[in-house]
Design a protein around this ligand. Sequence first.
Ligand SMILES: Cc1cc2nc3c(=O)[nH]c(=O)nc-3n(C[C@H](O)[C@H](O)[C@H](O)COP(=O)(O)OP(=O)(O)OC[C@H]3O[C@@H](n4cnc5c(N)ncnc54)[C@H](O)[C@@H]3O)c2cc1C
Length: 397
Amino acid sequence: MRNKQQAGPRIAIVGGGIGGMAAAAFLHRAGLDVTVHEQAAALTEVGAGLVLAPNAVRPLRALGVAESALRRAVPLDWGWEFRRWEDGTVLSAERLDGVCERLYGERTYTAHRAHLLDALRSAVPDGAVRLGARCTSVEPRADGVRLTFADGTRADADLVIGADGMHSLVRETVAEPERPRFSGLCAFRTVVPAASAPEFALRRAQTLWLGPGRHFVHYPISAGAGVNVVAFAPATDDTEESWSATATVEEFHAEFADWDDRVTTLIKSGSVPGRWALYDRPPLPSWTRGRMTLLGDAAHAMFPFYGQGAAQALEDAAVLARCLATDPDAPDRALARYESERLPRTTRLQQASHARADANHLPDGPEQRARDAALGDADPLVGSGWICGYDASAATA
Ligand SMILES: Cc1cc2nc3c(=O)[nH]c(=O)nc-3n(C[C@H](O)[C@H](O)[C@H](O)COP(=O)(O)OP(=O)(O)OC[C@H]3O[C@@H](n4cnc5c(N)ncnc54)[C@H](O)[C@@H]3O)c2cc1C
């Protein structure tokens, strides 16, 4: 039901992950009428940590949820600390404390996904979130869009935002249906309690070990109570693509058995690891059709090698709400502006993240040595200015 302050189009969001919930929060804050339809019966973010670079923190600040989202986050002193797989030689390291605020006005944090989702959810009224609502069809109509759900219920909206992730149903209505690309890689994930983690891994650093065909990432989360570990290794495409699929510690260890002891110690100190297949999608030429648009992974799923998927979803949400709030009576124009502002940037990030898979996994040899030398010569923090410096709230006129 609309309340008195709400005006403009009725907006339905399919998917209540980080992107959908952020969009709902921004739209609600702009006084627009929005409902989130989430298939899960309860809101949960599985998987543990994620890195929030300044461009992800800025939208949280704009929404007024940064404090709660970051309450147990860890401000990083070192980001992108690249090390060699067999002996831990530092290839390059990005000093963040002090420098990050000076360059970008915000720090970089590691946060727990659940804390981020909770903070976003707190900015959306209860009545605007429908749980247990699995959307099964999206039907453009003369006067808007009709959504149908697995339980037989329907919802009519003037605008639909597909924030329904990598396997988006809305995307199939907006763009040519196409299966996500399998990467040939899987991701292992585990959390090591601080009490059993080596001191080295408790430093406020995002450390990335690069080796042939694989890389291994770790950083502290939850106010230092644990170490988030995520590692990428070759896989066949029958690996389950799910955050809840598991592997054994022995399987995880076998992939990194001849790596530096600090890596294998972390693997052995962790609980049963999650394992899932890694997919991405090529960039879309357009992600808006009529009164439907996409956001987050539904629009631009990317490999996690720049740690920017959730950040891009947060930026999308801020820009989309701003476009709609500025032009509530011309939603088609607002959606076109949203897409033209966002698509070039997310395309660039999709391409950059894809290319990093090859660069991170080079076999030892001349190309790897050239990569390592280039890493040592570059100033990664300045080099990532186009990523970290983006201010979603200033992005559209
Ligand atoms: C290993 C790994 C590490 C990562 N690390 C980082 C990082 O450090 N920093 C960062 O910024 N990003 C990171 N990312 C990326 C980030 O997790 C994603 O980009 C982000 O979660 C996408 O959010 P989303 O809301 O678009 O999609 P999702 O989180 O997939 O949410 C989609 C939601 O839609 C719901 N849904 C789906 N279909 C339907 C339907 N038919 N009807 C109703 N609801 C539906 C789902 O239940 C879900 O809640 C990482 C990703 C991976 C895999």
